[in-house]
Design a protein around this ligand. Sequence first.
Ligand SMILES: Cc1ncc(C[n+]2csc(CCO)c2C)c(N)n1
Length: 222
Amino acid sequence: MGYRFSDLTAACQADWRAYIEHPFVRGLGDATLDEGAFRHYLQQDYLFLIHFARAYALAAYKSRTLADLRQAHEGLKAILDVELGLHVDYCRDWGIAEEDLAALPEARATLAYTRYVLDTGHRGDLLDLHVALAPCLVGYGEIARWLTTRPSTVRGQANPYDAWIGMYESDEFQDAMHAELEWLDARLAEVTPGRFQELSEVFRDATRLEIDFWQMGLDRTD
Ligand SMILES: Cc1ncc(C[n+]2csc(CCO)c2C)c(N)n1
């Protein structure tokens, strides 16, 4: 007992590194990523965000305390009122119109990942759901930090993906990530070894689905 978030990444170290240091991420950092691959990723990410909002709504439903209910509500509001709008603006800068986003067919990798998260939340409790969401929230923060410290990362106008990196290295995003880490550390401190094993499987599966999401962008699969 006495687990914490870092025990989850330690339990699937190879998958976690494969996600954080994926060739898609390296391409974002050194500005070599194919722009068509990035557009495909952005389009699918719009659909991802919509289902992610539903996952926060499920977190609200699964909440046993008012504090957890408020936290889920804040997450849902942040996606609907802020992030989706920013994403649509960002897509427009990349030549993707809002009408095109609305008519997108969902790629299998998007379907698999988002429905896995929702199913995990339905089957389990609020902690299961947060653990299924953690690779997304904590992973992107770690990716931004990894890219920032990597010598081959190109910053500024020479990198068309600079704004993407900037979004996730921002204080606002890093603070949200740390708040989530604190929440997870407090809950994980109380779980039994058997429960930790269940949660590490959820975390590993969600991490592997994040890897597939990057790969879907790279291969432009549908
Ligand atoms: C496949 C995929 N995984 C993670 C994120 C990052 N992300 C999406 S919503 C959110 C938190 C919202 O409060 C974060 C960090 C992404 N965009 N796409």
